[in-house]
Ligand binder design. Structure first.
Ligand SMILES: N[C@@H](CCC(=O)N[C@@H](CS)C(=O)NCC(=O)O)C(=O)O
Length: 229
């Protein structure tokens, strides 16, 4: 079935930053569901005027729709992709059962608030009052919860395939691992390692991490995911 995109309309514009975990989760879903956008790679310290002139929020990822509508949150972009794909994996990624949806939102919200708070301190402990190991222990509360969950099923809410909870979490867990990879490799978190590697080794992740030049207004349109390898 073709994607539910009207090809007469200009494609939505996605302002994105390659390493941003929120942008990674959005690009991962766009890739998985093959929903096309015009990608504009942003350098956070030098945001393009086209983004600044929109006014209001200038965080990335941010999507500007052909009717001028804006999606300013990674989760809104994910839901846009779920609604505009022709792929049939939507029900696996975002199951219709209300309880599952509540659970997905709870995991994502814990990740984006409490875990992210401690992760930022762990990443930049030199800018804060406590030691790296102090902040790591705080962040590990979430990692332990995830490990427990993944010790009896392959994904956060399912044994068979990821939901958007997994996709939303993994870019942040990747950052956690990146602070001290050696420590993580020998840590007790074998199931988190297995789960994270599943994403990192996926073809979608490789496409998501394709390097694009900083966007300039005069450059040719970059079609994503089509131009991602
Ligand atoms: N809640 C937002 C967070 C987005 C966010 O904080 N993005 C960071 C980059 S990882 C950003 O744009 N920082 C630059 C800024 O705040 O101006 C989402 O889910 O999209």
């Amino acid at each position: 079935m073709p994607n539910k995109i009207d090809y007469c309309m200009p494609l939505p514009i996605l302002y994105s930053f390659r390493r941003c975990p929120y942008a990674i989760r959005a690009r991962y879903i766009l890739t998985l569901l093959d929903v096309p956008v015009q990608l504009r790679e942003v350098v956070l310290k030098d945001k393009p005027n086209a983004l600044l002139e929109l006014g209001g929020r200038t965080t990335v990822p941010q999507m500007v729709l052909s009717d001028g509508g804006r999606l300013e949150e990674s989760l809104d972009i994910i839901h846009y992709a779920l609604q505009h794909t022709g792929k049939d994996s939507v029900d696996e990624l975002w199951p219709s059962t209300p309880l599952k949806r509540i659970k997905i939102n709870t995991w994502v919200s814990y990740n984006d608030t409490r875990f992210k708070y401690w992760l930022d301190r762990y990443k930049y402990s030199d800018r804060h009052d406590e030691s790296e190991s102090f902040y790591r222990a705080k962040a590990e509360v979430f990692i332990k919860r995830l490990e427990k969950r993944l010790s009896h099923q392959a994904f956060v809410l399912s044994t068979a395939s990821p939901t958007i909870a997994d996709v939303c979490l993994f870019p942040f867990i990747r950052q956690f691992v990146g602070v001290d990879t050696k420590w993580f490799e020998t840590s007790e978190y074998a199931n988190v390692r297995r789960w994270l590697n599943w994403f990192l080794e996926s073809t979608e992740f490789k496409a998501v991490m394709t390097k694009f030049e900083k966007w300039q207004p005069e450059q040719d349109v970059v079609l994503f995911p089509a131009q991602a390898k």
